[in-house]
Ligand binder design. Structure first.
Ligand SMILES: NC(=O)c1ccc[n+]([C@@H]2O[C@H](COP(=O)([O-])OP(=O)(O)OC[C@H]3O[C@@H](n4cnc5c(N)ncnc54)[C@H](O)[C@@H]3O)[C@@H](O)[C@H]2O)c1
Length: 290
Protein backbone atom coordinates (compact mmCIF):
# COMPACT_ATOMS: atom_id res chain seq x y z
CA UNK A 1 0.00 0.00 0.00
CA UNK A 2 1.31 3.48 -0.84
CA UNK A 3 2.23 5.92 1.96
CA UNK A 4 -0.63 8.12 0.84
CA UNK A 5 -3.18 5.32 0.96
CA UNK A 6 -1.83 4.26 4.37
CA UNK A 7 -2.44 7.74 5.81
CA UNK A 8 -6.11 7.52 4.90
CA UNK A 9 -6.51 3.95 6.09
CA UNK A 10 -7.23 4.44 9.75
CA UNK A 11 -9.79 1.68 10.04
CA UNK A 12 -9.46 -1.06 12.63
CA UNK A 13 -9.01 -4.74 11.88
CA UNK A 14 -9.73 -7.64 14.23
CA UNK A 15 -8.16 -10.98 13.35
CA UNK A 16 -10.12 -13.77 15.05
CA UNK A 17 -8.04 -16.94 15.40
CA UNK A 18 -4.29 -16.40 15.66
CA UNK A 19 -2.99 -19.79 14.54
CA UNK A 20 -0.98 -20.39 11.39
CA UNK A 21 -3.05 -18.30 8.99
CA UNK A 22 -4.37 -15.78 11.53
CA UNK A 23 -0.86 -14.98 12.74
CA UNK A 24 0.39 -14.67 9.17
CA UNK A 25 -2.55 -12.45 8.20
CA UNK A 26 -1.92 -10.20 11.20
CA UNK A 27 1.80 -10.12 10.45
CA UNK A 28 1.15 -9.12 6.85
CA UNK A 29 -1.44 -6.46 7.70
CA UNK A 30 0.76 -5.00 10.44
CA UNK A 31 3.68 -4.89 8.01
CA UNK A 32 1.50 -2.65 5.81
CA UNK A 33 1.13 -0.23 8.71
CA UNK A 34 -2.50 -1.15 9.47
CA UNK A 35 -4.12 -1.18 12.90
CA UNK A 36 -4.60 -4.85 13.87
CA UNK A 37 -5.96 -6.37 17.08
CA UNK A 38 -6.35 -10.09 17.70
CA UNK A 39 -8.58 -12.57 19.47
CA UNK A 40 -8.13 -16.28 20.15
CA UNK A 41 -9.45 -18.76 22.72
CA UNK A 42 -5.85 -19.89 23.17
CA UNK A 43 -3.84 -17.60 25.42
CA UNK A 44 -0.70 -19.10 23.92
CA UNK A 45 -1.71 -17.96 20.42
CA UNK A 46 -2.47 -14.46 21.72
CA UNK A 47 0.85 -14.24 23.61
CA UNK A 48 2.78 -15.31 20.52
CA UNK A 49 1.05 -12.64 18.40
CA UNK A 50 1.76 -9.97 21.04
CA UNK A 51 5.36 -11.09 21.48
CA UNK A 52 5.94 -11.00 17.71
CA UNK A 53 4.23 -7.58 17.57
CA UNK A 54 1.82 -8.68 14.82
CA UNK A 55 -1.17 -7.37 16.81
CA UNK A 56 -1.50 -4.26 18.96
CA UNK A 57 -3.64 -5.85 21.66
CA UNK A 58 -5.97 -8.70 22.52
CA UNK A 59 -9.57 -7.69 21.86
CA UNK A 60 -11.81 -7.97 24.90
CA UNK A 61 -14.86 -6.97 22.89
CA UNK A 62 -15.83 -7.26 19.21
CA UNK A 63 -17.18 -3.69 19.16
CA UNK A 64 -15.92 -0.93 16.89
CA UNK A 65 -13.92 -2.82 14.29
CA UNK A 66 -14.29 -2.17 10.59
CA UNK A 67 -12.96 -5.55 9.44
CA UNK A 68 -13.36 -8.91 11.18
CA UNK A 69 -11.08 -11.50 9.62
CA UNK A 70 -12.00 -15.01 10.76
CA UNK A 71 -9.15 -17.51 10.77
CA UNK A 72 -10.21 -20.09 13.36
CA UNK A 73 -9.82 -23.83 12.96
CA UNK A 74 -12.80 -25.64 11.40
CA UNK A 75 -12.12 -29.23 12.42
CA UNK A 76 -13.27 -30.94 15.58
CA UNK A 77 -10.66 -30.27 18.29
CA UNK A 78 -10.18 -33.98 19.04
CA UNK A 79 -10.44 -35.24 15.44
CA UNK A 80 -8.89 -33.38 12.49
CA UNK A 81 -10.80 -35.59 10.02
CA UNK A 82 -14.17 -34.17 11.09
CA UNK A 83 -15.40 -30.71 10.02
CA UNK A 84 -16.64 -28.57 12.90
CA UNK A 85 -18.30 -25.18 12.50
CA UNK A 86 -19.72 -24.58 15.99
CA UNK A 87 -16.88 -22.20 16.92
CA UNK A 88 -17.57 -20.15 13.80
CA UNK A 89 -21.29 -19.98 14.58
CA UNK A 90 -20.53 -18.82 18.14
CA UNK A 91 -18.41 -16.01 16.70
CA UNK A 92 -21.23 -15.07 14.32
CA UNK A 93 -23.67 -14.88 17.25
CA UNK A 94 -21.24 -12.68 19.17
CA UNK A 95 -20.77 -10.47 16.11
CA UNK A 96 -24.54 -10.18 15.74
CA UNK A 97 -24.56 -8.47 19.17
CA UNK A 98 -21.24 -6.63 19.18
CA UNK A 99 -20.16 -6.24 15.55
CA UNK A 100 -20.13 -2.74 14.08
CA UNK A 101 -22.93 -2.11 11.56
CA UNK A 102 -21.67 -1.97 7.97
CA UNK A 103 -18.38 -3.66 8.83
CA UNK A 104 -16.96 -6.52 6.77
CA UNK A 105 -16.71 -10.10 8.02
CA UNK A 106 -14.09 -11.89 5.92
CA UNK A 107 -14.01 -15.64 6.42
CA UNK A 108 -10.53 -16.95 5.59
CA UNK A 109 -11.02 -20.32 7.32
CA UNK A 110 -12.11 -23.26 5.17
CA UNK A 111 -15.87 -23.79 5.35
CA UNK A 112 -18.43 -25.91 3.59
CA UNK A 113 -21.05 -24.75 1.10
CA UNK A 114 -23.74 -22.49 2.56
CA UNK A 115 -21.82 -21.47 5.69
CA UNK A 116 -21.28 -17.82 4.66
CA UNK A 117 -24.97 -17.39 3.90
CA UNK A 118 -25.85 -18.94 7.26
CA UNK A 119 -23.58 -16.41 8.96
CA UNK A 120 -25.10 -13.55 6.97
CA UNK A 121 -28.49 -14.69 8.24
CA UNK A 122 -27.29 -14.73 11.86
CA UNK A 123 -25.99 -11.19 11.35
CA UNK A 124 -29.22 -10.09 9.68
CA UNK A 125 -26.99 -8.60 6.97
CA UNK A 126 -26.18 -5.80 9.42
CA UNK A 127 -22.55 -6.59 8.55
CA UNK A 128 -21.24 -7.74 5.16
CA UNK A 129 -20.01 -11.30 4.70
CA UNK A 130 -17.49 -12.64 2.23
CA UNK A 131 -15.49 -15.84 1.87
CA UNK A 132 -11.85 -15.57 0.81
CA UNK A 133 -10.39 -19.04 1.37
CA UNK A 134 -6.73 -19.06 2.28
CA UNK A 135 -4.11 -20.87 0.21
CA UNK A 136 -1.33 -20.46 2.72
CA UNK A 137 1.62 -22.88 2.59
CA UNK A 138 3.94 -22.53 5.59
CA UNK A 139 6.99 -23.96 3.79
CA UNK A 140 6.81 -21.39 0.99
CA UNK A 141 5.58 -18.37 2.89
CA UNK A 142 7.02 -15.82 0.47
CA UNK A 143 5.50 -17.35 -2.63
CA UNK A 144 2.38 -18.96 -1.16
CA UNK A 145 1.68 -16.80 1.88
CA UNK A 146 -0.99 -14.17 2.45
CA UNK A 147 -0.32 -12.27 -0.77
CA UNK A 148 -1.07 -14.78 -3.48
CA UNK A 149 -4.02 -15.12 -5.84
CA UNK A 150 -7.13 -15.79 -3.77
CA UNK A 151 -10.71 -16.58 -4.73
CA UNK A 152 -13.30 -14.16 -3.33
CA UNK A 153 -17.07 -14.64 -3.21
CA UNK A 154 -19.50 -12.39 -1.34
CA UNK A 155 -22.96 -13.14 0.02
CA UNK A 156 -24.35 -10.24 -1.99
CA UNK A 157 -22.95 -7.57 -4.30
CA UNK A 158 -22.52 -5.02 -1.49
CA UNK A 159 -20.46 -7.58 0.47
CA UNK A 160 -18.29 -8.28 -2.57
CA UNK A 161 -17.69 -4.59 -3.29
CA UNK A 162 -16.52 -3.90 0.24
CA UNK A 163 -14.34 -7.01 0.29
CA UNK A 164 -12.66 -6.22 -3.03
CA UNK A 165 -11.82 -2.84 -1.62
CA UNK A 166 -10.25 -4.33 1.50
CA UNK A 167 -8.51 -7.50 0.26
CA UNK A 168 -7.68 -6.14 -3.20
CA UNK A 169 -7.02 -2.43 -2.81
CA UNK A 170 -5.88 -2.14 0.81
CA UNK A 171 -4.06 -5.46 1.18
CA UNK A 172 -2.91 -5.71 -2.43
CA UNK A 173 -3.96 -9.38 -2.72
CA UNK A 174 -4.58 -10.50 -6.33
CA UNK A 175 -8.20 -11.65 -6.47
CA UNK A 176 -10.22 -14.02 -8.58
CA UNK A 177 -13.78 -12.85 -7.95
CA UNK A 178 -16.60 -15.39 -8.25
CA UNK A 179 -20.34 -14.83 -8.38
CA UNK A 180 -21.22 -16.20 -4.94
CA UNK A 181 -19.87 -17.22 -1.57
CA UNK A 182 -21.00 -20.79 -2.40
CA UNK A 183 -18.55 -20.98 -5.30
CA UNK A 184 -15.73 -19.63 -3.12
CA UNK A 185 -16.55 -22.20 -0.43
CA UNK A 186 -16.55 -25.05 -2.93
CA UNK A 187 -13.31 -23.87 -4.55
CA UNK A 188 -11.28 -24.57 -1.43
CA UNK A 189 -13.06 -27.79 -0.51
CA UNK A 190 -12.63 -29.17 -4.03
CA UNK A 191 -8.97 -28.03 -4.34
CA UNK A 192 -8.08 -30.01 -1.26
CA UNK A 193 -10.21 -33.03 -2.18
CA UNK A 194 -8.44 -33.16 -5.53
CA UNK A 195 -5.08 -32.98 -3.81
CA UNK A 196 -6.11 -35.78 -1.45
CA UNK A 197 -7.02 -37.95 -4.44
CA UNK A 198 -3.67 -37.30 -6.15
CA UNK A 199 -1.74 -38.26 -3.02
CA UNK A 200 -3.85 -41.38 -2.51
CA UNK A 201 -3.12 -42.50 -6.06
CA UNK A 202 0.62 -42.23 -5.42
CA UNK A 203 0.16 -44.21 -2.20
CA UNK A 204 -1.78 -46.91 -4.00
CA UNK A 205 0.84 -47.17 -6.71
CA UNK A 206 3.62 -47.43 -4.14
CA UNK A 207 1.83 -50.26 -2.31
CA UNK A 208 1.27 -52.13 -5.56
CA UNK A 209 4.92 -51.64 -6.53
CA UNK A 210 6.34 -52.77 -3.22
CA UNK A 211 4.12 -55.84 -3.18
CA UNK A 212 5.12 -56.83 -6.70
CA UNK A 213 8.87 -56.14 -6.57
CA UNK A 214 8.80 -53.02 -8.72
CA UNK A 215 10.87 -49.96 -7.86
CA UNK A 216 8.24 -47.28 -7.22
CA UNK A 217 10.61 -44.35 -7.72
CA UNK A 218 11.99 -45.66 -10.98
CA UNK A 219 8.48 -46.25 -12.31
CA UNK A 220 7.26 -42.85 -11.10
CA UNK A 221 10.21 -41.02 -12.65
CA UNK A 222 9.63 -42.79 -15.94
CA UNK A 223 5.90 -42.01 -16.00
CA UNK A 224 6.48 -38.37 -15.06
CA UNK A 225 8.46 -37.80 -18.26
CA UNK A 226 5.06 -37.68 -19.99
CA UNK A 227 4.10 -34.01 -20.50
CA UNK A 228 0.62 -34.19 -18.94
CA UNK A 229 1.28 -36.53 -16.00
CA UNK A 230 2.65 -35.77 -12.55
CA UNK A 231 2.44 -38.59 -10.06
CA UNK A 232 3.20 -37.30 -6.60
CA UNK A 233 5.57 -38.75 -4.03
CA UNK A 234 4.11 -41.19 -1.52
CA UNK A 235 5.31 -40.18 1.93
CA UNK A 236 3.74 -40.63 5.37
CA UNK A 237 0.05 -40.61 4.50
CA UNK A 238 -2.20 -37.59 4.04
CA UNK A 239 -1.39 -35.23 6.90
CA UNK A 240 -2.14 -31.80 8.32
CA UNK A 241 -5.55 -30.64 9.37
CA UNK A 242 -6.67 -29.29 6.00
CA UNK A 243 -6.89 -32.16 3.51
CA UNK A 244 -8.61 -34.70 5.80
CA UNK A 245 -11.46 -32.45 6.92
CA UNK A 246 -11.86 -30.57 3.63
CA UNK A 247 -12.25 -33.82 1.69
CA UNK A 248 -14.80 -34.89 4.32
CA UNK A 249 -16.71 -31.65 3.60
CA UNK A 250 -16.81 -32.68 -0.07
CA UNK A 251 -17.99 -36.18 0.81
CA UNK A 252 -20.73 -34.77 3.02
CA UNK A 253 -21.91 -32.68 0.06
CA UNK A 254 -21.73 -35.47 -2.54
CA UNK A 255 -23.29 -38.11 -0.27
CA UNK A 256 -26.88 -37.26 -1.29
CA UNK A 257 -26.12 -37.04 -4.98
CA UNK A 258 -23.86 -40.00 -5.75
CA UNK A 259 -23.85 -43.64 -4.73
CA UNK A 260 -20.10 -43.83 -4.70
CA UNK A 261 -17.19 -41.43 -4.62
CA UNK A 262 -13.61 -41.42 -5.76
CA UNK A 263 -12.81 -39.38 -2.62
CA UNK A 264 -14.24 -42.08 -0.37
CA UNK A 265 -12.02 -44.59 -2.17
CA UNK A 266 -9.04 -42.25 -1.74
CA UNK A 267 -9.66 -42.06 2.00
CA UNK A 268 -9.75 -45.86 2.21
CA UNK A 269 -6.52 -46.12 0.23
CA UNK A 270 -4.84 -43.61 2.54
CA UNK A 271 -5.96 -45.60 5.59
CA UNK A 272 -4.62 -48.79 4.03
CA UNK A 273 -1.35 -47.04 3.19
CA UNK A 274 -0.83 -45.92 6.80
CA UNK A 275 -1.38 -49.49 7.93
CA UNK A 276 1.06 -50.63 5.25
CA UNK A 277 3.70 -48.17 6.54
CA UNK A 278 3.23 -49.31 10.13
CA UNK A 279 3.55 -52.95 9.15
CA UNK A 280 6.55 -52.18 7.00
CA UNK A 281 8.27 -50.30 9.83
CA UNK A 282 7.81 -53.24 12.19
CA UNK A 283 8.92 -55.81 9.61
CA UNK A 284 12.39 -57.27 9.95
CA UNK A 285 13.34 -56.79 6.32
CA UNK A 286 16.13 -54.18 6.13
CA UNK A 287 15.14 -51.04 4.21
CA UNK A 288 17.81 -51.52 1.53
CA UNK A 289 16.32 -54.87 0.46
CA UNK A 290 12.74 -53.60 0.14
N1 LIG B 1 -2.51 -23.63 7.73
C1 LIG B 1 -2.73 -23.64 6.43
O1 LIG B 1 -1.83 -23.89 5.65
C2 LIG B 1 -4.12 -23.34 5.89
C3 LIG B 1 -4.24 -23.08 4.54
C4 LIG B 1 -5.48 -22.80 4.03
C5 LIG B 1 -6.59 -22.81 4.85
N2 LIG B 1 -6.46 -23.10 6.16
C6 LIG B 1 -7.68 -23.09 6.99
O2 LIG B 1 -7.63 -21.99 7.88
C7 LIG B 1 -8.26 -22.31 9.13
C8 LIG B 1 -7.25 -22.10 10.25
O3 LIG B 1 -6.13 -22.90 9.98
P1 LIG B 1 -4.78 -22.74 10.82
O4 LIG B 1 -3.78 -23.58 10.12
O5 LIG B 1 -4.47 -21.32 11.06
O6 LIG B 1 -5.21 -23.45 12.17
P2 LIG B 1 -4.45 -23.38 13.56
O7 LIG B 1 -4.89 -24.59 14.32
O8 LIG B 1 -3.01 -23.10 13.39
O9 LIG B 1 -5.11 -22.08 14.25
C9 LIG B 1 -6.46 -21.97 14.53
C10 LIG B 1 -6.59 -21.02 15.70
O10 LIG B 1 -7.99 -20.81 15.92
C11 LIG B 1 -8.21 -20.75 17.31
N3 LIG B 1 -9.63 -20.99 17.57
C12 LIG B 1 -10.31 -22.14 17.42
N4 LIG B 1 -11.60 -21.95 17.74
C13 LIG B 1 -11.73 -20.65 18.09
C14 LIG B 1 -12.82 -19.83 18.50
N5 LIG B 1 -14.05 -20.34 18.62
N6 LIG B 1 -12.59 -18.53 18.77
C15 LIG B 1 -11.34 -18.01 18.66
N7 LIG B 1 -10.27 -18.72 18.27
C16 LIG B 1 -10.47 -20.03 17.97
C17 LIG B 1 -7.27 -21.80 17.88
O11 LIG B 1 -7.03 -21.59 19.26
C18 LIG B 1 -6.03 -21.60 17.02
O12 LIG B 1 -5.11 -20.67 17.57
C19 LIG B 1 -8.75 -23.75 8.96
O13 LIG B 1 -10.08 -23.71 8.51
C20 LIG B 1 -7.84 -24.31 7.89
O14 LIG B 1 -8.42 -25.38 7.20
C21 LIG B 1 -5.25 -23.34 6.71
Amino acid sequence: MSEDAKKHFVKKILVIGLGQIGHSNAEYMTSLGLSVDGYDISEQAVSRALKNKVIQKKATSFRDYDYYIICISTHRPEDMFVPYLDGLMDIAIRLSHEGKGGALVGIDSTITRGTSQEILKILGHRLHVVHVPHRFFIHEKQKHGVKQTRVLGGCSSCCTTQAVNFYGNSLGIPLHIVSSADIAELTKVVENSYRFMEIAFAEELRMVCENTQIDFNELRNAINTKWNIKILEARDGVGGHCLPKDSQMFLDLSRNVLVTSIIRAAKMVDEQYRFFLTKRASSEVPLARR
